[in-house]
Ligand binder design. Structure first.
Ligand code: PMT
Length: 401
């Protein structure tokens, strides 16, 4: 049976792109039912969407007996996915407030199907804390967002706010259809990338972590239905669609962000390469090269994983270990000392393992003494193997519904 998509179109200049989106979805074999807000009809006509979708287009809540037959409740029930593209700031604020004063907002409030929202607006509106708060709230309720792209906007300014590329929106939709949603209703907190510990305004201590391992885990967890918070040190990767990214720089900032979300998390996976030491003093001005030799005094950064292990309730806690020697002994000791449910040890002496590369070579260590030695695989494959184990651990802890 064909999958049904209810496509909501709201009053943005990007509404014209919804015509192409409809056509792409129909060509891919989906049934597309379009609901437009009154404002959307000012930018593109219902007749265009009706022709492309090959179904009547709905605008008014009570416009005719024929459309009432499949009014907002049956459209809400019929949807396998509800997609709103473009979604204006006004529409998103209404949704966050639980308002249902037109057919589209009523459908969204009534549906139990996954909802994907692709915002489009002026950069000032997008960056406004009121809008950001509404979006954050909806993410926390399990709504998926395909974040807007950066570029030149219709209003003449440049910045973030342009409707995401249609291919990106279609991939987000297809990910939902293809995913096994074993982690639905769970909150997974992932850390990724390096931290930077400032020496002076232009220099820092850091490491070679690219963030690839942590981002792959965040993407896998999201595709399997979790709400994902990704706390990431500086790296050059696009955050996976639907993941809530919290960018940080230092170990202390990572500590603060992780602690903030720890209480609501069901799973924490710490793939970040956190600097173990930081300069005791950060020079206010650029340090001059007057001396032939200089000494930096370092102090320990907070051990985030140790803190989580000491304070965990019933969360599944997964740590990483980047080792170059005595892997088994070091991994077992770390697993115990940090009170972990799983430790992923990458063997940095193996070719294709660890920092920067697209692959990894890891052994999984469990508290009952069992180990699983995995062959060299892509970081995405390793992410899948780790999430498989996390699901088993959640089941053992009897916290899956
Ligand atoms: O980012 P990539 O280029 O893809 O590389 C991936 C990776 C090699 C960084 C990743 O696979 C990895 O091994 N991450 C952990 C690296 C590390 O810091 O290992 P560690 O043995 O020093 O730390 C052990 C654990 O404690 C880690 O989970 C780390 O996040 C955590 N830790 C460490 C220090 C600290 N102050 N706080 C922490 O929470």
């Amino acid at each position: 049976m064909k999958k049904s998509i209810v496509l909501g179109i709201t009053g943005s200049i990007a509404a014209y792109k919804a015509a192409e989106l409809t056509s792409m979805l129909v060509k891919k074999g989906y049934e597309v039912y379009v609901i437009m807000t009154q404002a959307a009809t000012k930018f593109v006509t219902p007749l265009t969407l009706q022709t492309l979708s090959q179904h009547p287009v709905y605008v008014e809540m009570f416009d005719s007996p024929q459309s009432w037959e499949i009014g907002h409740i049956s459209l809400a029930q019929r949807a396998d996915v509800v997609l709103v593209a473009p979604a204006t700031a006004n529409f998103i604020a209404k949704l966050a407030a639980g308002l249902a004063d037109d057919l589209l907002s009523a459908t969204l409030l009534a549906t139990r199907a996954p909802v994907i929202i692709a915002p489009a607006m002026n950069v000032g509106m997008y960056e406004n804390p009121i809008f950001q708060k509404s979006m954050q709230f909806l993410k926390e309720q399990g709504y998926f967002f395909v974040e807007p792209d950066e570029g030149r906007l219709a209003c003449g300014t440049t910045g973030k706010g342009r409707l995401a590329e249609l291919d990106k929106i279609v991939s987000a939709l297809e990910e939902i259809f293809s995913a096994k949603h074993e982690l639905s209703g769970k909150h997974v907190l992932v850390t990724a990338g390096p931290t930077r510990e400032p020496i002076d305004p232009v220099r820092f201590l850091s490491n070679y972590s690219s963030g690839k391992m942590g981002y792959a885990i965040a993407q896998e967890a999201r595709e399997r239905g979790a709400r994902v918070t990704l706390v990431s040190g500086p790296c050059h990767l696009e955050p996976p669609a639907g993941v809530d990214l919290i960018p940080v720089e230092t170990a202390q900032e990572m500590f603060d962000a992780v602690i903030k979300h720890f209480d609501t998390a069901d799973v924490v996976i710490k793939a970040a390469a956190v600097a173990d030491f930081r300069p005791r003093q950060r020079a206010a001005e650029k340090i001059k090269k007057d001396e032939a030799v200089m000494t930096l005094e370092l102090e320990r950064t907070p051990d985030i994983l140790q803190h989580l292990g000491d304070n965990k309730r019933d969360q599944v806690l997964v740590g990483f270990a980047a080792e170059t020697e005595n892997i088994v002994e070091n991994a077992r000791a770390k697993l115990k000392r940090k009170n972990l449910d799983l430790l992923v040890a990458n063997d940095l002496t193996e070719e294709g393992a660890g920092f920067g590369v697209d692959t990894n070579v890891a052994t999984l260590f469990f508290p009952d003494g069992t180990t699983v030695k995995l062959p060299k695989m892509t970081k995405r494959e390793l992410a899948r193997a780790i999430i498989d184990q996390v699901i088993k651990l959640l089941t053992t802890k009897k916290r899956m519904v």
